[in-house]
Design a binder for this molecule. Structure first.
Ligand code: UGA
Length: 437
């Protein structure tokens, strides 16, 4: 098929590359000049395993990357919309980029097309957009097709989706979108047809549900600490029930990233706009905030409350492994507190250090925040080690070396990666999340 993907952010870039890989002729439209130039040279401006190699494989063959709006919107059979839909102050999503695109489509489109919304949009957006095109007699059918890919596993998620949601009021438009996914759905994925607003709602529901599982476990983890229970045993105990399942029940330092926090806020906003209080959603968010703050409480338990002149090692800064994304990362909450209280921070993250350097330029310039090239360099003379992102690199450290390098053998394990018994035997003071056993 001949299609245009609008927006070379996470979703747009991954979708464009994977669809090009399957033999479609894909035009990727990006307006940011720096990003555009990088992509045209085969460089991916985000960290995603395998993505750069795939871009280079398809670039200037099945994939063209362009900033030329009229070329991109002239006559595609299908337009995939992956523009940013950030949060506004009140939690509602900012759809201004989407409406700008609608105006551009009005100006440049020469043939009937299907406009597929992959960006996460407020419930009812697709209907409003459809009405807008109809009022102007522009031959566009709007379909909602939410994206469920995870950062760090995006290619795998796109190539082998568990389900494809197609939200459409028009059967012919739905069939065109379904055809696009045939190469990806042959083996296992289910294609589910529904109305536009149901697909929009499902995207929010999925993320809110996953976030609720995490907050639930984080809440129980705190309780577990009071009653001498190890939440890791409980996780295994409940995860083996197929109705519950093993995924997304890991207690930790709270969820971050660009999706869960934003989508929870948007869903709560939708409730408020309908005059409906949604206390369960608020509780999920509150628990998550508390969970991030608990890192500070725990470090106080290890170090005392005076951190001035202390040296603290952080392993991991990204909101999760296999990404350089630090948006709403729990690590930032602890990092800010450490800097504000006069501690020196020695940190290592395999991918997120450039983003952190950009966010905290003064602390880096003054030397209060030292970004170290490898994990062990961050430990030298530190009064505690805090594991904040469970990169594989940190999974099995050489504990004797850790012991030798640290000034004090203290470990705050924000992701429950380590064996408390083993560390205690070696002489470490260990604190995890919910490890009251
Ligand atoms: C999430 C969803 O998982 C994707 O399906 C969805 O497409 C995406 O949002 C989106 O809306 O675009 P992502 O934000 O990349 O993907 O990351 P996740 O792997 O879901 O992790 C989110 C956060 O939850 C991370 O901070 C992670 O550390 C935390 N988490 C996850 C836990 O604390 N415990 C768990 O058991 C699982």
């Amino acid at each position: 098929m001949r299609l245009t993907v609008v927006g070379a952010g996470y979703v747009g870039l991954v979708s464009a590359c994977c669809l090009a890989e399957m033999g479609n002729q894909v035009c990727l439209l990006e307006h940011n000049p720096a990003r555009l130039q990088a992509l045209q040279q085969g460089r991916v401006p985000i960290y995603e395993p395998g993505l750069e190699a795939l871009l280079q494989q398809v670039l200037n063959r099945q994939l063209q990357v362009t900033g030329n709006v009229s070329l991109a919107l002239n006559e595609p059979e299908l337009i995939l919309v992956a523009v940013g839909t950030p949060s506004q102050a009140d939690g509602n999503v900012d759809l201004s980029q989407l409406w700008q695109l609608a105006e551009a489509v009005q100006e440049h489109l020469r043939h009937p097309t299907v406009l597929v919304l992959k960006s996460t949009v407020a419930v009812g957006t697709g209907d409003a957009l459809q009405a807008w095109f109809e009022q102007r007699a522009i031959p566009v059918q709007v379909v909602n097709n939410p994206e469920f890919l995870k950062e760090g596993a995006a290619l795998e998620d796109f190539r082998r989706p568990q389900r494809i949601l197609i939200g459409a009021e028009d059967a012919a438009a739905a069939a065109i979108v379904e055809r696009l996914y045939v190469p990806f759905t042959r083996n296992q994925a289910r294609v589910l047809h529904m109305r536009r607003r149901e697909a929009e709602f499902s995207k929010y529901a999925a993320n809110a549900f996953l976030a609720s599982r995490i907050s639930f476990m984080n809440e129980l983890a705190e309780l577990a600490e009071h009653v001498q229970v190890d939440i890791e045993a409980v996780r295994q105990g409940i995860g083996s029930d197929q109705r519950i399942g093993r995924h997304f029940i890991y207690a930790g330092c709270g969820y971050g990233g660009s999706c869960f926090p934003k989508d929870l806020r948007a869903l709560s906003h939708l409730g408020r706009s309908q005059g409906l209080p949604l206390p369960l959603l608020s509780a999920i968010e509150q628990r998550n905030e508390r969970q991030k703050q608990r890192l500070i409480d725990k470090l106080e338990a290890l170090l005392g409350s005076h951190w001035y002149g202390k040296r603290v090692a952080l392993w991991g800064l990204a909101f999760k492994p296999d990404t350089d994304d630090i948006r709403e990362a729990p690590a930032l909450v602890l990092l800010r507190a450490l800097l504000a209280r006069g501690a020196t921070v020695q940190a290592h993250d395999p991918a997120a250090m450039p983003a952190v350097a950009e966010r905290f330029p003064e602390a880096v310039a003054s030397g209060q925040l030292q970004l170290c090239n490898e994990p062990y360099a961050a430990l030298e003379n530190a009064h505690a080690l805090c594991l904040l992102t469970e990169w594989k690199l940190f999974r099995e450290p050489d504990w004797l070396r850790v012991m030798q390098l640290l000034a004090e053998p203290r470990v705050l394990d924000g992701r429950n990666q380590y064996d408390p018994g083993q560390l205690a035997t070696m002489g470490f003071v260990y604190l995890g999340i919910g490890r009251g056993g």
